[in-house]
Design a protein around this ligand. Structure first.
Ligand code: ATP
Ligand code: PRP
Ligand code: MG
Length: 281
């Protein structure tokens, strides 16, 4: 059985469960369940705190897990990223009251509040900055208001929490994070982890692409295929009317309407878009 650690709470919890469900795994129905066995797919899901997941994976007590890249780096554990999962995106940044700091060097000699002590201490050390790191569990933005720190380092998604406390980011982002699949460092990627990786990649691809079908005059097939090159190469089929062909290709979901406009202007007709439910590339 492949042992997979899954976030039990927080921002990554629901999207992780949704991705595993789309990849064909059985997930928990009751939020109180801590372990789910999916014998049919040969996996056991362990619902754990996102912050602890890299630690379990690094110690080898579970084979792999889903956590945030920021939490993985903060843990300093022997776990490595296998695949970025495309959800839970955020940046990890320094922030302070406007006018008090504008670059990394301004942090020197000050107090930095964060829940990510390992990550921040390493970042400061890598840049040769000496500062005191104040470790807090959450609600870090309030630390400046309450006078326990001069600077904070925290997860920023929309920036609304920072603004509510009258804070501004400064310097380059320490890190761009997202949910990631992790496994133990140094161990060979097992066939079972490879199956999980391929299934999750299938979900990511299915979310990212749509299937486009259209008819186009035979003389314009090459021009049309240049607009929709697909992943390998588009499928071109004959129609009963030999003056026309049917073309089928995967296109990125985000650009679908612009591609349809371009195909229509070229002379393509009956342009259809279909969702992809799952795929293996
Ligand atoms: N808006 C967000 N706030 C916090 N974490 C986020 C956000 N968006 C993505 N994440 C990611 O979620 C992970 C943190 O998860 P965790 O469960 O510890 O905290 P949380 O989502 O803030 O939940 P809570 O603080 O309610 O327990 C990190 O990898 C972080 O980058
Ligand atoms: O940029 P935003 O969209 O405002 O999101 C980022 C904020 O959300 C999280 O806080 P959370 O609500 O999880 O509280 P916590 O600090 O106690 O973890 C995170 O720690 C930031 O404070
Ligand atoms: Mg939080």
């Amino acid at each position: 059985m492949l042992r997979i650690a899954v976030p039990n709470k927080g921002s990554l919890s629901e999207p992780s469960a949704a991705m595993l469900r789309e990849a064909g795994y059985r997930t928990r129905r009751d939020p109180k369940e801590l372990i789910v066995t999916d014998a049919e797919n040969g996996v056991e899901l362990f619902y754990l705190r996102p912050r602890d997941i890299a630690v379990y994976v690094g110690s080898g007590t579970v084979d792999c897990g889903i956590t945030g890249r920021d939490l993985l780096l903060d843990s300093g554990s022997a776990a490595v990223e296998v695949l970025g999962l495309g959800f839970g995106a955020s940046t990890f940044r320094y922030a302070a009251r406007p006018g008090t700091a504008s670059a990394l060097v301004d942090i020197a000699g000050h107090r930095v509040a964060t829940s990510y002590q390992g990550l921040v201490e390493k970042h400061l050390a890598d840049h040769g900055i000496q500062a005191e790191v104040v470790r807090l569990d959450g609600a870090v933005e309030t630390a400046i208001t309450l006078g326990v720190a001069d600077v904070i380092a925290d997860v920023v998604e929309t920036g609304a929490t920072l603004r509510s406390q009258g804070l501004e980011v400064f310097g380059e982002p320490i890190l761009r994070s997202e949910a990631v699949l992790v496994r133990r460092e140094g161990s060979e990627e097992t066939a079972q982890v490879e199956v999980l990786r391929r299934r999750l990649l299938g979900v990511i691809t299915a979310r990212h692409y749509v299937m486009l079908d259209y008819d186009v005059p035979a003389a314009l097939v090459d021009a049309a295929c240049a607009i929709t090159p697909g992943l390998e190469s588009p499928t071109v089929s004959n129609l009963q009317n030999r003056d026309w062909c049917a073309v089928r290709a995967m296109v990125p979901r985000s650009g679908t309407n612009a591609v349809m406009d371009e195909l229509y202007d070229l002379g393509a007709r009956a342009i259809l878009v279909t969702d992809i439910t799952a795929c293996r590339l």
